[in-house]
Structures are given as C-alpha cells and as structure tokens.
Design a binder for this molecule. Sequence first.
Ligand SMILES: Cc1cc2nc3c(=O)[nH]c(=O)nc-3n(C[C@H](O)[C@H](O)[C@H](O)COP(=O)(O)OP(=O)(O)OC[C@H]3O[C@@H](n4cnc5c(N)ncnc54)[C@H](O)[C@@H]3O)c2cc1C
Length: 449
Amino acid sequence: MKIVIIGNNVSGTFTAQNIRFLNEEAEIEIITQEKYPYYTRVNLPELISEKVTIDNLIVFKEDWYKNKRIELNLNTRVEKINPKTKTLIIDSIDNPIYYDKLVLALGSTPNIPPIKNAVKLKDEKKGVFTLRSINDCLEIKDFIRKENAKKAIVIGGGLLGLELANQIKNSDLDTTVVEFFPRLLPRQLDLECGTMLKEEIESKGIKVVLGATTEEILGNGSVTGIRLKGGEEIDADIVLIQAGIRPTINLAKDANLVTNKGIVVNEYLETSEKDIFAVGDCIEYNDQIWGIIPACMEQSKIVAASVVGMKKIEYKGTTPKNTLKILGLELTSIGIIDPSREEISGGWEILKKADKKDCCYKKLILKDSKLKGAILFGDTKAISYVYSKMEQEVDGTELRKLLELYIYICKNCGKEYDEAIMEVLFKDLPDNFKCPNCNGPKEDFKQRE
Ligand SMILES: Cc1cc2nc3c(=O)[nH]c(=O)nc-3n(C[C@H](O)[C@H](O)[C@H](O)COP(=O)(O)OP(=O)(O)OC[C@H]3O[C@@H](n4cnc5c(N)ncnc54)[C@H](O)[C@@H]3O)c2cc1C
C-alpha cells in the first residue's frame, strides 16, 4: 500500500509517524513545497529578533525520516490531484505520482483582510508582510535591515499578532498593534482581562490601538503607514498583517472534493472522496476550523487509524487551548471563556479572581458543576489542574482553594462577602467599607476557615 501525504508540518509529520506505528509495511511518502524538514512555527517570531536560529526550529532532521522509512520530498509542490486515476501532478516531475491512500495536510495561510493596497504591496515586497514560514521571517528580517526600518505596525491583536509585535519591538522598532475589535485577544479573553493585558503590553513599550479598522496601506513605492477608518493615519516603514488564517483548500476544491471554509471531513477525517483524507489546519469538521497544534496532534492519530483501515476512534473536535508566549507575561485561555457568548440555558457558574494591583486574573467557567473553560493571567499555577479536569465534575471548595478565593463573614450579623462572586477582592475594599447589612466596619469581617 502506498500512502502519500501532502504537507510536512505538524499534521503531515505526525500522521506519517502514527501510520508507521500502526503499519510496518506501508510505503509512506511525504511531499512538501517547503525547503526544510518539519519545523515548529511556534517560535517563528523569535527568528526575526534572532533569539533562535533555523536549526533550533527544526523538530525532526532528515535522519528521523530515514529511520522511520518515510520518504521526504522537499521543495516539491503538488499542482493537481486526480482522484479517478489516483495520481498527483507535480510541477517539477514529468510522471504523475500514484497513491493508494492520500492524506491532505495542507495547512493554512494567513488571512489578509480587505485593506486597500495590502495584497499589492505584499506581492511586490514593498513593506507589507504576513508570517507563516521560515522564509517569511527571513524576508521580514532582510527588509528591516536593508530599509533600516524604524517603525512597525502589526495589524491584528490576537495571539500571533502580539507575539510578533513583541519580537519586532525586541528588534528595536517602534511598534504599534492595531486591532479591529475593542479588546486584545478577542477570542481568548473577556473584556476585563483584555483590558489588563493591554496595560501590560503597553508597559513593554508597544502601542495598542483598539477598535480600529485599517482601510488603506499608504505608500507608492514603499510603505509609509496606514489610514484608519475615520481618517487617522499612523506612520510606519513596515506593516505586518497577522489577522487569522485561511485553510488551504484549492487543491481539494479543484479535485471536486467537498470544501467550505476548510476541506470538509467526517468523524474519521475522510473527505468526500474515497481514499482521500485530510488533517490539521486545512480541515473543517462540524462547521469548525481549529488552527492550533493540539487539534493537529489529536487528528493525526485518528486519520492514521482511518488510513490503515483501523477506524475506531471518532473525532469529536478539540477544546481550544491557547498560551501567549511573551516573556514575563503568563496567559492561558482554554475552552469556553465567556458564557454570555454561548446560548445561555442556565447552569453556568463563574468563579473569578481579578487582582488588578498584582495584575493577576483567574476565571473558571463551570456548567452543571463541570469545568468548561478558564482564563489564567499573571499566575498560571492552576494550569495542570485545569487541563486535567476539563469537562469533568469539579468540587467548588477545591476550586476556591486553587484560586485563593475566600469568604469573609461579618461577626456582628453573619453577612458573607464572597470573593468568588464579588467584583473586588476583600483586601482591595476601601478602609471605610461598611457591612451592607449591619453597617459594621471592615475589621469586623473574618475570613472563613
Ligand atoms: C507564528 C506562528 C506561531 C504559532 N504558535 C502556535 C502556538 O503557540 N500554539 C499552537 O497551538 N499553534 C500555534 N500556531 C499554529 C500552528 O503552527 C498550526 O496550527 C500548525 O502549523 C498547523 O499544522 P499543519 O501541519 O496542519 O499545517 P501547516 O503548518 O500550515 O503545514 C502545511 C504544509 O503543507 C504545505 N503545502 C500546502 N500546499 C501544498 C502543495 N500544494 N504542495 C506541497 N506542499 C504544500 C505548506 O507549505 C506547509 O508547509 C502558530 C502559527 C504561527 C504561524
């Protein structure tokens, strides 16, 4: 059996590894247009500021593939899939490549919002960039050096936008993040934590402009700045767009596979075409796309089993998990973080500790006593507990302990001040705080054991 995988990042590589684990005999071939064997994209922004080297990013060297008897074809772009003849057309090879089973691990590309001049200046390499690959990093670095760029704008205040802004700032550029939504990390944080994060980002010397729609990138020969809706202009020598992803679907679409936002797959990661499977950033399952490594890893096990005819586990989706990787800023967001965005049918409970003075925010979201999501900012000690208890029933007292949330009781009348549901921590209440029931002083409240 010959299994061909297109794409060699986390999804393609782990699918190959998992297939080899399940089947010693199969012929496995990976085809990728990239120049390097599997490397992590996670630390790409640090390549720009030279905190890492290309070698540091490569996860598996070519020997790894040889040892696993996986044939790796770098610098090779698949132009066409012909499902009828089970063949692939490659740009540089005369004869088509035959497959018995085909896995599409095509990934995604950066989304470019409809901004006047963005695509043109990017294609002409005149100061507009997106970041997805090692090559993108090298081009950005090269441009900054050659053009002696001093001012940068990052369009997109999501995780990747902020991590990129941080490394651009570390490369000594005056850096501004421009975000369309009224807060940073709109998909991972609620308003309160988003506001705390903004202050922390700004304290690192990065400017943040929220609720701003970029209408045009300015500059004839080369970038000179951007114009926002409303007319405000911000100067820049380089503009980096980091505004979400688009699953790569063209190859599948041209071969008449069912596609929507992504390549549509079922619970076994089978596409609409027999013997063609898809995995990772390029897929759409249950109307959802993921774009995160944990989803790729989970899917690569399921797809490998399907390919070798051992369909057992069904894919049920992956809980979104995200961590901001900026030195000195600990932030993790997992699962549902704002139940008001869900269809509220009762049963939701939120335990929250917002310590603005110490810049620490912890929020746990429960439904019918099951842990559904969390935001941990400034203090992520609870992270392993949260990961291990997701979707399980949790004990309220245990959670309070974990978040260091206390109940204070007025010794005069028994009135409770429960930090888990109040906006302000007891220690942050003003000295002249009075018991709302008996008007007794703050000192008369004692922490419940
Ligand atoms: C800067 C950055 C930081 C990130 N940080 C995190 C993080 O901290 N945590 C996290 O969970 N996720 C992170 N991600 C997202 C994560 O990297 C992706 O989810 C992951 O790379 C997806 O893997 P994939 O194998 O599905 O697709 P991709 O990584 O996109 O790989 C697909 C490969 O297929 C190749 N290909 C496509 N079409 C063809 C063709 N026709 N012929 C040949 N080859 C083709 C592409 O060139 C590409 O190399 C980050 C992404 C970026 C860009």
